[in-house]
Design a protein around this ligand. Structure first.
Ligand code: PRX
Length: 662
């Protein structure tokens, strides 16, 4: 596997980036991190992580730091702790119960709530008592399928309190996707809501759960939060309203302590096959990693900062930088339910102004969308409270970086471009504000205590000025502990590429002339659509499930706003249906089918109906060619194809339907 053609182009472009922004003296003077932190961590990474881990509250302090038997690591394994105590109880016990944990903002105007740490403790305790009453026990898996409402955080923390790993499933996923994930993790319980507000209307969630339940006989109880008040179907034996059972519980709950390696959660993400992987994380190392990175990368001052991570809790960014990192650090956060333009294209900037947000963490896709909408929306609000900006989820192009710096950060806020993955649990590569001079588009350097390298196909580090594959060379506290129920896939996916020596991330990267790191996107069949991770195989699998589709090939083509967009090449079972290469009705039906089977986020931007797909003589679909076609690039050598004319024909079809966008 080598970086593909588009990465080479990206590398070329990056060779010419000469802008660099040194930290301001004013920022550096008060920064949490100094250059010494790198030295201390490099001198003895394990001792450094152990020092960070001791900032947590342990029921039994640990003696052991790391045990590494490739590819399995344990961290702090003889210590015991409770994640929810670290996120909530300890702040209340320290007299900070009156501090705001969340300024929650619902999508409908004026629908807000203020939740202090004392409120959060009471809510988590009641919810934990309710879950116990329903029969939840340590190690039971609980699926959470919820909108961005406070109960989502409460539900996660209540599960953590009981040692019951949660599996949060993004609210945009379909009933079929729920079935796959609930079945794979063998969940006995589901927590959901009637619906949530998105794009100005109440989107149903319980209805999806109801549909999924027909194929999930292992689920005993479904706990339902009333959010929108919309009509819901009800099964008295299975369903229970949150307000009926949680509100009547005692407001205190005695937490048990669990070993550091007790599973905290499972989070499904896309790999290179059609079946999503249940990435699983444990407690002590994960909390150490998320709280330390949160404190240093975002330069957290818990007394004064108001953090806003714009992610959904259905993704790992929400787990690590809305729930576990920030709450462990006891900060105040903003949590927003809806879409960025609900109530106007300046909604976010109104929120920043109203709550005095100091640290904003979002994805390049959002930044590019704001750029498209126009400078006037942020300009019409006072954003002077902001002091640090973060980016995550996909490569950030220099233009978007510069716009973010100027129009959101007022030219004064450091930008931290943070590279990490569901698997890594927390940030791995990022500048440290106040220490690292930043370059537009570069994630720069490994976090202290993290060993990342760019290597060639043989696993040898590339010299400065060259590109290759990103690997992590030593275990780290937040690393995934496995793929739920699939040891072989865990070894194959991450560790077989370099014989157990390195963790293979699946990303291409470049080390520039100064030795700084630039992330260049995936080198495998994983796509990144608006920061959402999807595999070509899972979309193809959904496509061929449509009754009219014979064969499908999917590629991620570059897209100015979403980073990548899905382009699907599809052959139909009945060739006559594509007599003129297009059939709007069938294309619409196929797109709807993909939304139904996976999620609306997986709907292809374009579906090209074609009588044939380009294949090698051994029958492999030539994806690289299709990507070139999708991106209108020169096709190069096509002589290994069984029928080179297929490509030219598809290219023609593509040109004819270039404006197929939604
Ligand atoms: O390709 C990388 C990209 O997102 C992938 C991980 O996706 P996921 O597990 O969904 O986690 C996203 C949030 C942490 C990576 O393999 N990616 C993530 N952050 C960056 C990035 N690509 C470039 N720059 C980043 N800062």
């Amino acid at each position: 596997m080598t970086p593909t053609g588009d990465h080479t182009e990206a590398v070329e472009a990056l060779l010419h980036e000469e802008r660099s922004f040194a930290p301001s003296e004013a920022f550096a003077a008060h920064a949490n991190a100094t250059a010494d932190v790198y030295k201390a961590a490099a001198a003895d990474p394990e001792a450094w992580w152990a020092l960070q881990a001791r900032t947590l509250e342990w029921a039994t302090p640990f003696e052991e730091v790391l045990a590494w038997d490739s590819p399995h690591a344990t961290w702090f394994a003889d210590g015991t702790l409770n994640a929810s105590v670290n996120c909530v109880d300890r702040h209340v016990a320290a007299g900070r119960g009156g501090k705001v944990a969340f300024h929650w903002v619902g999508e409908p105007e004026g629908d807000t709530a203020t939740i202090t740490y004392a409120d959060l403790l009471e809510r988590v305790s009641r919810a934990a008592n309710a879950l116990e009453e329903l029969g939840v026990k340590p190690l039971d898996r609980v699926a959470i399928y919820m909108p961005m409402i406070p109960e989502a955080v409460v539900a996660m923390l209540a599960c953590a309190r009981l040692g019951a790993p949660h599996s949060v499933i993004f609210g945009g996923f379909s009933a079929d996707a729920l079935v796959d994930r609930i079945t794979d993790a063998d969940c006995r319980f589901v927590i959901t809501a009637d619906g949530g507000y998105r794009r100005g209307s109440a989107a149903a969630l319980k209805a999806q759960v109801d549909e999924a339940m027909a194929s999930c006989p292992g689920v005993e109880r479904v706990l339902v939060v009333q959010r929108t008040g919309q009509e819901v179907a009800w099964d008295d034996a299975r369903d229970v309203w949150w307000h009926d059972i949680v509100d009547r519980q005692a407001p205190v709950h005695e937490p048990a302590a669990f070993p550091a390696e007790h599973p905290l959660y499972v989070m499904y993400t896309s790999g290179t096959t059609a079946k999503p992987k249940g990435i699983f994380h444990t407690t002590g190392g994960y909390l150490t990693h998320t709280s330390t990175t949160h404190r240093l990368v975002f330069d957290i001052k818990p007394e004064t900062d108001v953090c806003w991570t714009s992610a959904d809790i259905g993704w790992v960014t929400g787990h690590s930088y809305i729930v576990y990192g920030p709450l462990t650090n006891g900060v105040t956060q903003v949590m927003y339910e809806g879409t960025p333009d609900a109530g106007g294209k300046d909604r976010w900037w109104r929120i920043v102004e109203e709550y005095g947000v100091t640290i904003l963490y979002t994805a390049p896709t959002a930044i590019r969308t704001f750029m498209k909408w126009g400078d006037e929306f942020p300009a019409s609000h006072d954003l002077s409270s902001l002091r640090l900006l973060g980016s995550v989820g996909e490569p950030i192009n220099p233009e978007a970086w510069m716009w973010y710096r100027k129009h959101i950060g007022g030219g004064r806020c450091p930008i931290v471009d943070t590279w990490w993955q569901t698997e890594t649990g927390g940030i791995m590569i990022s500048p440290l504000p106040g220490v690292t001079a930043t370059k537009p588009g570069a994630a720069m350097v490994p976090f202290p205590g993290i060993s990342a390298e760019v290597v060639d196909n043989d696993g040898d580090p590339v010299p400065d000025g060259h590109g290759g594959l990103l690997v992590i060379t030593r275990p780290w506290p937040g690393m995934l502990r496995g793929i739920w129920g699939d040891e072989e896939r865990y070894r194959d996916t991450y560790w077989s590429r370099f014989d157990g020596r390195y963790y293979f991330a699946g990303d291409g990267a470049k080390r520039d002339e100064d030795g700084d790191l630039w992330l260049l996107g995936r080198v495998d069949d994983v796509m990144n659509i608006s920061g959402h991770r999807l595999s070509t195989a899972e979309v193809e699998h959904a496509l061929v499930g449509h009754p009219a589709v014979a064969e499908a090939a999917v590629v991620g083509a570059s897209d100015d706003t979403t980073g990548q967009a899905i382009v699907a090449f599809v052959t139909l079972k009945v060739a006559d249906e594509v007599a003129d290469g297009d059939d709007a009705e069938i294309v619409a039906s196929i797109r709807a089918h993909v939304a139904e089977v996976i999620s609306p986020i997986a709907k292809p931007r374009q579906i090209i109906l074609t009588p044939d797909l380009p294949k090698t003589r051994s029958g492999k679909i030539m994806r690289r060619l299709l990507r070139d076609v999708a991106e209108h690039r020169d096709l190069g050598d096509v002589t290994t194809l069984t029928d080179p004319t297929v490509v030219n024909m598809i290219d023609g079809l593509m040109a004819a339907h270039a404006s197929d966008d939604d």
